[in-house]
Write a new protein. Structure first.
Length: 349
């Protein structure tokens, strides 16, 4: 463990060097920065050839949850959360990098993905934001993990944000792609400018029965289209796509995805047991755990301006913009940059 700590310290110093320089020039405290720092990273893009060969299963809350695990069992725990329409394979290269440095890396299939199944056919196929976050807390309880560094993008970033906001005692530090993503049904009733609404086309499609049937019939083609538009400069191969696409064959996948987007618009009910969480989240609570936010320069999915969400992070905070054509699936497109951010966040805690 001493070797891991020494390496991590060296890695942290190298990753943070530019940030320190920028922070000092701006009169900022690196570990309490609320303004955005920029790290233009070259040669980030990669073509992943790595996948998870072994999937474990564990009862966690209402789920029999599938997850990949790598690294030593006594390593410092890292939990990595995927988005939609992505899967755990977004983190295969990141997990390999982190486990090689002695971290215990857990990458779960979110409900409706991969081998994760509901324990009861009577459980609502609920995709609301707090339900997904509660799943991860249940997983941590099942694995006897008191506290972990949590990283995510897309749905996974929102889930990490929610855990950090509602259960900060369980989140040692956080890495969040595209920053602060907590939402509310009330806020989602407010219309956006037409150009912004256009980027949410699939949300409105899913609000219709035609959309549900269309996604059921064409989920692979749908996922590939989202991958292409959300990461327009990422030239992924068919083999890379198929590793993830197969995980969308979960029998509950369509129900979870459709409910998630309909719930956001207030077109589907959530579960009463999550009402207290949603009431808190509707206040857009600040996040106090040490946080690093990341944004790629070629993110084609809806995302906010980092300057607009920086104030939501009240603890130690750093933001990096990654250059080089990095899109929405940042962990898979720039695994080293994401792994470095996880290590730096862990050192900030």
């Amino acid at each position: 463990m001493e070797n891991q700590n020494n390496y991590s310290r060296r890695r942290f110093l190298s990753v943070a060097a530019l940030t320190v320089a920028v922070a000092e020039l701006g009169g900022l405290n690196l570990l309490n920065a609320k303004e955005i720092t920029k790290n233009k990273t070259n040669n980030n893009k990669t073509q992943s050839n790595t996948s998870f060969d072994t999937i474990k299963q564990i009862h966690a809350g209402v789920l029999n949850m599938g997850y990949a695990e790598s690294g030593p069992a006594d390593g410092k725990p890292i939990i990595l959360l995927h988005g939609w329409p992505y899967t755990i394979h977004s983190y295969a290269d990141v997990a390999a990098l982190l486990s090689a440095e002695g971290y215990r890396v857990i990458v779960p299939h979110l409900r409706g993905h991969g081998s994760t199944q509901f324990l009861s056919p009577k459980t609502p196929r609920n995709g609301q934001q707090s339900a997904i976050a509660a799943d991860i807390i249940a997983l941590m309880d099942a694995l006897k993990i008191d506290k972990a560094v949590i990283g995510g993008f897309d749905w996974g970033a929102r889930t990490a944000n929610i855990i950090a906001a509602l259960w900060p005692e369980r989140c040692k530090a956080m890495v969040s792609v595209s920053g602060y993503l907590i939402g509310s049904q009330e806020a989602n009733q407010k219309p956006l400018l037409p150009k912004a609404e256009l980027s949410w086309w699939y949300q409105f499609y899913f609000a219709t029965e035609r959309g549900r049937l269309g996604y059921e019939a064409n989920r692979r083609d749908f996922a590939k289209l989202i991958w292409q538009t959300a990461s327009p400069e990422w030239k992924f191969t068919d083999a890379v796509f198929e590793k993830s696409a197969v995980e969308l064959n979960n029998p509950d996948h369509v129900a979870i995805v459709i409910h998630n987007y309909r719930w956001r618009l207030g077109l589907a009910e959530g579960e009463a047991k999550y009402d207290k969480h949603e009431k808190t989240l509707a206040t857009f609570p600040a996040i106090t755990v040490p946080t690093i936010t990341l944004e790629g320069d070629a993110n084609g999915a809806p995302h906010g301006n980092p300057s607009n969400y920086a104030a939501k992070f009240k603890g130690k905070y750093v933001h990096y913009n990654l250059s080089g054509g990095i899109g929405h699936n940042l962990p898979q497109e720039a695994p080293k940059a994401f792994a470095d951010a996880i290590i730096q966040a862990a050192m900030m805690a």
